[in-house]
Design a protein around this ligand. Sequence first.
Ligand code: SAH
Ligand code: SF4
Length: 359
Amino acid sequence: MINLLDFDLAGLTRYFAEIGEKPFRAKQVLRWMHQMGANDFGQMTDLAKSLRENLMQQAVINAPQVRDELRSADGTVKWLIDTGAGNAVETVFIPEDDRGTLCISSQVGCALACTFCSTGRQGFNRNLSVSEIIGQLWVANKALGHAPKGERIISNVVMMGMGEPLTNFDNVVTALNIMLDDHAYGLSRRRVTVSTSGVVPAMDRLREACPVALAVSLHAPNDQLRDVLVPINQKYPLAELMTACQRYLTAAPRDFITFEYVLLDGVNDSLAQAKQLIALTRDVPCKFNLIPFNPFPDSGYARSKPEAIRRFREVLQEAAYVVTTRKTRGDDIDAACGQLAGKVQDKTKRAQRNAEVVE
Ligand code: SAH
Ligand code: SF4
């Protein structure tokens, strides 16, 4: 059976052409699925009965199954999404005064093994399909319902859940197309952010295929330290990453890159490192998002002291950078950045290798 949630407008148009239907049917069906939350062809009353019957026989609209939904006292909601074979990923909704942000996962686990990241520690199982990526928005949209005045509850999407979006490139781009499509969610490019640890060639491909806002996980001001914290740096070192950021900005919907920087006590939070960071990023229009480290069991790292966070931020601000410090939300449901653990059966056997090293 074909799952129509796997298609963006181009794909759905192709599919309807193959079954001898008019292209405009694709727009209608996209609206039913994503704007009305329909998953039953019987509901699609403006389609000819023969088409509805035809679709019932050869297609489905299958969103991923929600295994659990947790609501925090501060309004944050976390869904545990079943991805089969005992695995799960997580999706988080974060309400704020002026927006509602959905944080979406792109992979079951992650192969890039950043040392301070709970997803990275678990290893990699597989890429999510398009329907599993866009299905997280579909599920959240349905669960959150409509605001009283009809405005959007989910106004922003960030690809900052589990996984490295740019190593699941094709599926992520198709899902982004659906987020942006006026026949589906109609989100503005400026309100959809892909976060990457710095997969340089894929940053260039994203600029060509679907330029949305870009966040880059920096976390260290020099190659020596970044090689350890973010191992993909060994392949795409900082000098290359900085020029890739400049290239990206030629097509980006915003005129800056957001650099994410997780603050690890005694590791990357000194004043000298803040100054080095300024020198490194001088030629890239950017804003900084400082993330106090969110601990998880046996991480081996600690969150920087509030005083160190404050001083680090001030050094950047004195150099005229715009800096935000991420507030920790959803503490009571473990929904913070880097804590999204889901459930990953590690195909790379990394967890096992790590255990052997510890013994
Ligand atoms: N793979 C992508 C997106 C997912 S991670 C990336 O690395 O950018 C989203 C953000 O959370 C990244 O900046 C990541 O470095 C950060 N992060 C990971 N583990 C964290 C932790 N334990 N505490 C705080 N931030 C963390
Ligand atoms: Fe993967 Fe991002 Fe975690 Fe690194 S920080 S292991 S790239 S999810």
